[in-house]
Design a protein around this ligand. Structure first.
Ligand code: KG4
Ligand code: ZN
Length: 380
C-alpha cells in the first residue's frame, strides 16, 4: 500500500464548514513539541473556550529540556490535559470540527506522542485532522489575539528559533534573516544556567534584571558584544554573547555570585539583546516597507516575546518607524495549544486538511530558503 504523505497543497481545498455555524469552526489543538503538554479548544470567532497546560518541571535540575524525559511526560499527561480541555469547554468530541496537532519541528519523541494521540482520536471519532507546523502556530498567534491582516513582518523569537519573516498568508513566508548559531531564547537559557538561575532561563533573567538599580551603569560594567549590529543584513548571532557572559562570570570574585552582580549582568544582557533585536528589526522594517508599504504592521511572537523589556523596545521602534505593533498576551507567547488550534482553524478555512498519513518532522522550516540555517531542535 502506498503510504506516501499527500502534500497539503495537493488535497482538495474546500473550506471546512462548522457543525455549529453560530460558534464557527471549533478545533481541539494539541501541543507536545518541547516541554509543555497542552490541549486547547478554540473557535474561529477567536474564542479560547479551554486551555489546559502542564509545564514539565522535571527538566529544571538538568538546566535544559531532556528529550526522553519530555516524551515520557507527554505520554503520561496528554490524555488528562485533553479531558480537562473538554471539561472546561463543556464540549464533547462530537462538537469538534477538527483536531490540530503539532507535527514538528521539535523534539521528535514528544511530537510523536501528540501526533499519535491526534490520529487516534480523529480515527475513532471520525474528525478531520490538521498537521500544524509549530512555528506557524507562533506566527499566526497575533491574528488570534489581535485583528492583524496579511501581510505583516514577524520577529519570531523562541528557545529554538530566531528569525525575521514576511508573512504573506497561511503557509506563505519569506525569510529576511535568521540566527547563524544560537536562538535568542537559548542565549537566555544558557545565561541563566551559567548564573545558576534555573530553567527556563528567560523569565529568571528578566526577574533578576528587574532588580538592577542602575541599568546604564550595568551596561558600562559589562560591555557585551553585539554581533551583526550596524551591518546591512537581518541576521543574528548569539553564541558570542553567551561566551562573554561566561567570561564576565569568571571575572567575578570567587564563590557565589552576589545578587547585585547577578542583577547587573542580567540587566546588561537583556539590554544588549534588546539593542540587537531593535537594530536587526530596524533594517528588516525598511526592507519590508519597500515591498509592502501599504501594510505597516510588525508583530513579535514566540516565548521570548513574553519579555516586557524587549516588547517595550520593539514597540518604541515601531512607533518611530510609523508601524502598528502587535504582541500576543504573555500566555500565548510561550508554547501553548491555543496557537496550534488557531493555526488549524486558519488552515481549515482554506481547506488545508491532512490525512492520517501525515509525517512528523524534527526540522520543518517555514520558508523554502531556510536550508542554510539549522537552529538546534534539541535544547540541552
Ligand atoms: O516558544 P517557546 O515556549 O518554546 C519554543 O518553541 O522554543 O520559547 C521558550 C523560550 C525559552 O528559551 C525561554 O527561556 C524563553 O522562551 N522565554 C523568555 C521569557 N519567557 C520565556 N525569554 C525572555 N524573557 C521571558 N520573559
Ligand atoms: Zn515554541
Amino acid at each position: 500500500m502506498n503510504k506516501t504523505p499527500i502534500p497539503a497543497a495537493a488535497l482538495p481545498r474546500r473550506p471546512l464548514m462548522p457543525k455549529n455555524p453560530a460558534r464557527g469552526l471549533t478545533v481541539l489543538g494539541i501541543e507536545t513539541s518541547c516541554d509543555e503538554t497542552a490541549a486547547a479548544i478554540v473557535t474561529e470567532n477567536r474564542a479560547i473556550l479551554a486551555q489546559a497546560l502542564l509545564s514539565q518541571k522535571d527538566h529544571d535540575i538538568y538546566g535544559g529540556v531532556v528529550p526522553e524525559v519530555a516524551a515520557r511526560a507527554h505520554l503520561q499527561h496528554l490524555e488528562s490535559q485533553i479531558k480537562a480541555a473538554l471539561t472546561q469547554s463543556g464540549l464533547g468530541f462530537a462538537d469538534l470540527d477538527a483536531i490540530a496537532v503539532t507535527a514538528g519541528p521539535g523534539l521528535i519523541g514528544g511530537v510523536l506522542v501528540g501526533a499519535l494521540m491526534a490520529k487516534t482520536i480523529a480515527l475513532v471519532q471520525d474528525i478531520p485532522l490538521i498537521a500544524v507546523n509549530h512555528l506557524e502556530g507562533h506566527a499566526l498567534t497575533p491574528r488570534l489575539s489581535h485583528p492583524v491582516e496579511f501581510p505583516f513582518l514577524l520577529l519570531l523569537v523562541s528557545g529554538g528559533h530566531c528569525q525575521i519573516l514576511i508573512v504573506k498568508g497561511v503557509g506563505d513566508y519569506t525569510r529576511l534573516g535568521a540566527t547563524v548559531d544560537d536562538a535568542v531564547g537559548e542565549a537566555f537559557d544558557k545565561t541563566a544556567k551559567l548564573m545558576g538561575l534555573g530553567y527556563p532561563g528567560g523569565p529568571a533573567v528578566e526577574k533578576m534584571a528587574a532588580r538592577c538599580t542602575d541599568p546604564p551603569a550595568a551596561l558600562q560594567k559589562y560591555a557585551l558584544p553585539r554581533p551583526f549590529v550596524g551591518q546591512d543584513n537581518c541576521d543574528f548571532s548569539f553564541s558570542g554573547l553567551k561566551t562573554a557572559v561566561r567570561r564576565a562570570i569568571e571575572q567575578l570574585p570567587a564563590g557565589d555570585i552576589r545578587p547585585s552582580d547577578a542583577a547587573d549582568l542580567c540587566a546588561a544582557f537583556q539590554i544588549t539583546v534588546g539593542d540587537i533585536l531593535v537594530d536587526r528589526m530596524n533594517r528588516a522594517i525598511d526592507r519590508y516597507l519597500a515591498i509592502h508599504p501599504a501594510s505597516p504592521t510588525v508583530v513579535v511572537a514566540g516565548g521570548v516575546a513574553a519579555n516586557q523589556s524587549l516588547r517595550h523596545a520593539l514597540e518604541q521602534l515601531c512607533l518611530a518607524k510609523g508601524c502598528a505593533f502587535a504582541a500576543p498576551p504573555l500566555a500565548l507567547c510561550t508554547d501553548n495549544a491555543a496557537m496550534i488550534a488557531w493555526a488549524g482553524i486558519e488552515r481549515a478555512q482554506l481547506g488545508l486538511i491532512d490525512d492520517s498519513h501525515f509525517i512528523v518532522r524534527p526540522r520543518w522550516p517555514l520558508d523554502p530558503d531556510a536550508a542554510i540555517v539549522s537552529p538546534k531542535s534539541q535544547k540541552v
